[in-house]
Structures are given as structure tokens and as C-alpha cells.
Design a protein around this ligand. Structure first.
Ligand SMILES: [Zn+2]
Ligand SMILES: [Zn+2]
Length: 268
């Protein structure tokens, strides 16, 4: 599988949309890997993961073709991952299409928002639930429960295809025990994990900082969830984590963890 990270920023991006911070200033000055649009990815050019407010910019910057998407798979309904208003451009009069060419997979909150905005529109909507695998064009996709937004079944996603497997864990928090039990022995080839809080230690449960990422990776390997030679790449970085790309790289590289950036593509 080819995984392309289209965006690796948290809710308000890096530099922060309106906020001020050292990392935001650095990103404005230096650009490059420190510019992070809202987190999203695409698998093999056609399985789109999340559809946030930066999608159009990501399409033109990183050359993914929406006309070729077979699906959009949502992790959860936070605004940095779901911008349903932009779905209107897939149908007439903006295209010649009378229906959307992709299937939309999402939890109750995601589908509820899309249905509220577009009642009776010809979207193919499929409800997803944590720990229930579904198949899409030969890919096995399994949402697993994140520990993120308690009033919603937020997903991380295990994607398997032709004997290869990886986990997309944006907005995950440090998992609760049922998810750890589910991950045991999975022998994933790669994981993408959020590193929202960077060097900032907080008491908020819904996101991870760099130390928690290391802890998660070590525990995953110890229970056989991730192969010892598995790739680990970060995403969903917040400017408030007070870590530039290079600083975070210096911290995580000794642990075998690669810091993700917008446009990074890798083979699983
Ligand atoms: Zn998010
Ligand atoms: Zn979120």
C-alpha cells in the first residue's frame, strides 16, 4: 500500500490560524515541513481518510485526484476532519455527476452531520463502529476505539491489503484497555500516530504528546501489535506542543520514530 499524508496538523494547523506561538512564528519564517495543514491521508490514491477544511488545498498541492477516490473513511466528526459543506461540489451543477462516485464511511456523528446538511442527496453512506471490520474493494478496514471524544465513537483505523497492514491513529489519546487487547498480536507493518501535544505535557486525555507516543509504540511492540521492524510516523501536530519539525525529529529519531510532514508518502 502507498500511504500519503496530505496534512499533519492539528485543529487550527501550523502556523496556528489565529493564535500566536514560537512554533507558529518559526513556521511562518521557515515554511517547509513546519507548515502543517489539517490531518488527512490517502491510501493507494483512492481511499481517502478524513475530509477536512484544507482538502482542496491538499488536492492541488499533493496531487491526489478526487475523481479517483473510491471512498472517504472518517475517523470522527471534529471540524478539522469533517467539512461536509465541501461535499456539495461533487455533484451537479459543479460536475456532470448525479451521484457521488465514492462511498462515505463514518460513525453516527459523521453521518448525522452529512445527512443534516444534505437530506436526500444521493450519497452512499455506510455506518462504521469500533471493532467491526468492513471490506472495501479488497481492503479490510477495522475501526478501533480511540480515547478522544467521549460522546462519540471516535475511530483509529486498521487497514489491511494483500498481507500488509497499518494503523492510522489521528486523534487517538492513550488507548483504553479494550483497544490494547484488540491490538495484541496484530503484527502491523506500520502505524501513523498523533503527536498533537509535542513537548507539552497536559492532563487532557484526548491527545498524546511525544513521550506518550514513545510509550504507545513500546507497548504496541511488546504485545506484538506492531512488528519490531514496523514503521512509526507521527501526524496531527499542534503548534502549542512547542516543537518544530527538527526539534521533534531530534527527540523521536533515537526511538525509531519518524516525524511526519505534509506530502510525505511511504510504502507499507
Ligand atoms: Zn483533529
Ligand atoms: Zn478530534
Amino acid at each position: 500500500m502507498e500511504v500519503k499524508l496530505l496534512g499533519t496538523g492539528a485543529a487550527d494547523g501550523v502556523p496556528a490560524f489565529f493564535g500566536n506561538s514560537r512554533v507558529s512564528d518559526y513556521a511562518f519564517m521557515h515554511g517547509g515541513k513546519d507548515i502543517r495543514t489539517r490531518a488527512a491521508a490517502v491510501i493507494d490514491g483512492h481511499i481517502k481518510l478524513d475530509f477536512g477544511p484544507d482538502t482542496y488545498f491538499q488536492v492541488v498541492s499533493h496531487q491526489t485526484r478526487p475523481a479517483e477516490w473510491s471512498s472517504i473513511v472518517f475517523t470522527h466528526s471534529h471540524d478539522d476532519h469533517l467539512c461536509e459543506a465541501e461535499l456539495q461540489y461533487v455533484l451537479m451543477p459543479f460536475t456532470q455527476e448525479g451521484y457521488a462516485p465514492f462511498t462515505i464511511y463514518g460513525n453516527e456523528s459523521v453521518l448525522g452531520r452529512i445527512q443534516a446538511r444534505f437530506p436526500d442527496w444521493p450519497f452512499e453512506l455506510v455506518l462504521t463502529k469500533s471493532f467491526e471490520t468492513f471490506e472495501h474493494l479488497g481492503y479490510q478496514i477495522t475501526p478501533v476505539a480511540a480515547y478522544h471524544r467521549l460522546e462519540e465513537d471516535c475511530h483509529n483505523l486498521i487497514i489491511e491489503h494483500e498481507g500488509r497492514s497499518f494503523l492510522y491513529g489521528t486523534d487517538t489519546g492513550y488507548w483504553r484497555e479494550p483497544t490494547w487487547e484488540f491490538m495484541a498480536g496484530r503484527q502491523l507493518h506500520a502505524v501513523v500516530l498523533e503527536c498533537t501535544d509535542g513537548f507539552l505535557r497536559t492532563t487532557y486525555h484526548g491527545h498524546m504528546d511525544a513521550r506518550e507516543v514513545i510509550e504507545t509504540v513500546n507497548r504496541l511492540v511488546s504485545i506484538g501489535g506492531l512488528r519490531t521492524d514496523g514503521q512509526v510516523i507521527t501526524t496531527h501536530h499542534c503548534h502549542a506542543g512547542n516543537a518544530t519539525h527538527d526539534e521533534l525529529e531530534a527527540f523521536l529519531k533515537p526511538h525509531g520514530i519518524q516525524v511526519g510532514f505534509d506530502g510525505l508518502s511511504f510504502e507499507v
